[in-house]
Design a protein around this ligand. Structure first.
Ligand SMILES: *Cc1c(COP(=O)(O)O)cnc(C)c1O
Length: 378
């Protein structure tokens, strides 16, 4: 009797992301469950985690909170952005870019993106500035940080806040300056799929503005100042941080740089092999290492759906992030300019296809993925 082994599909979302950390997770749960302090949120582990990230970034303050989304909300609230105000956001990206702005009563104004880097185009953003504009909120995308030097200059020239959605870019550095520290405030997310993802929900606000930091710290816990319990200085929200996640992330932080380096190594391999495909309708992200964050590796393919099916037939799982631009989403269309056009965002939504790039891919798997793309008939 003969047995044949069917090729197993390389998943896009690997179920074994935390396989090596399972004992650590169980130990962490036990440690906190049996700690006499019985403190499960905003305890000393959260404080140590905030301090570790603060020193790592050279930032003024890091405030841990419930998620990347609420981190954006806390910043918008702390900067006083409210009804009647406008915030310029990219037209292509994830829902929090629009719904956090709408959530504070303000209006998201959608700017088109650069056709290749897929991040907000500073010229498109500048053309949308009105007397009501209060902030620019660019987001770092799949592999490339937004053009922060130009956006910083633009914000300064027009007296706007710069809110950096760096949720996916932890560890990226542009011109020697880490992602998260370019804006008046930035954010990171620790949800499972992000580059420093963990087993649960969490985020941080990063800022070097002491007044903003103080306000965010109060807002995350019902407007209390951390000293006087049940004295509410501000109308806050519940966006606190879990001690189990803090302990887990504290112990995994030393391995982060190596995991990011492995992602970059895989991405460099892909780009080297895919660059010749540019004339055949498959465009890899721009090469280079400055201002890059290989949270996800995304191709632009003219025949995206055909490529997606071809990869599946070759046992490689691709993924389409954001098949619709934000201004076309049913929930956000009412906020979008009725005569608005976002041709680059629309093209990105039609053409983007992401490949697996997680650090524990083996070299053989990276080769299989590379070959699967290279054998696409163009
Ligand atoms: C994931 C993400 C967020 C939100 O983070 P959560 O922790 O999931 O709330 C915000 N912005 C971008 C660009 C993201 O990718």
């Amino acid at each position: 009797m003969t047995t044949t082994t069917a090729a197993t599909t390389i998943p896009f979302f690997p179920p074994d992301l935390f396989e090596d950390d399972r004992d650590l997770l169980l130990d962490t749960v036990r440690e906190i469950a049996t700690d006499p302090a019985q403190r499960f949120i905003l305890g000393e582990r959260t404080a140590r985690f905030e301090e570790l990230l603060r020193t790592d970034l050279g930032a003024g303050d890091v405030i841990a909170c419930g998620s990347g989304t609420t981190a954006l909300t806390l910043i918008l609230r702390a900067t006083g952005i409210t009804a009647g105000d406008e915030v310029i956001v990219p037209a292509f990206g994830c829902a929090p870019l629009a719904n956090t702005v709408l959530g504070v009563g303000a209006t998201p104004v959608f700017a088109d993106i650069d056709p290749h880097t897929l991040v907000m185009d500073p010229d498109a953003a500048e053309a949308l500035i009105t007397p009501r504009t209060k902030a620019l909120m660019p987001a770092h995308m799949f592999s490339v940080m937004a053009d922060m030097p130009r956006l910083r200059a633009l914000a300064t020239r027009h007296g706007l806040r710069l809110i950096e959605d760096s949720a996916v870019a932890q560890g990226a550095v542009l011109d020697g300056r880490p992602a998260g520290t370019w804006g008046d405030a930035g954010v990171f997310s620790f949800v499972q799929v992000k580059s420093f993802g963990g087993p649960g929900e969490g985020g941080v606000v990063v800022t070097s503005d002491p007044e903003l930091a103080r306000t965010v710290r109060m807002l995350r816990n019902h407007g209390q100042d951390g000293t006087h319990r049940f004295r509410h200085h501000l109308v806050g929200l519940n966006s606190r941080f879990d001690e189990i996640l803090a302990a887990f992330q504290l112990r995994r932080h030393p391995g982060l740089a190596a995991r990011l380096a492995r992602r970059a190594e895989i991405a460099t391999h892909y780009t080297r092999h895919f660059t010749p495909l540019a004339t055949r309708g498959i465009l890899p992200p721009p090469p280079g290492t400055d201002g890059r964050c290989y949270y996800v590796y995304t191709l632009l393919a003219e025949r995206r759906d055909d490529l997606h099916r071809h990869l599946a037939a070759h046992h490689v799982d691709g993924h389409v992030y954001y098949p619709q631009p934000l201004p076309h989403q049913p929930a956000f269309a009412h906020a979008a300019a009725p005569d608005g056009h976002w041709p680059n965002a629309e093209r990105a939504a039609r053409q983007c296809l992401s490949l697996p790039v997680y650090p524990h891919l083996t070299d053989a798997e990276v080769e299989r993925i590379t070959t699967a793309v290279l054998t696409f008939p163009t």
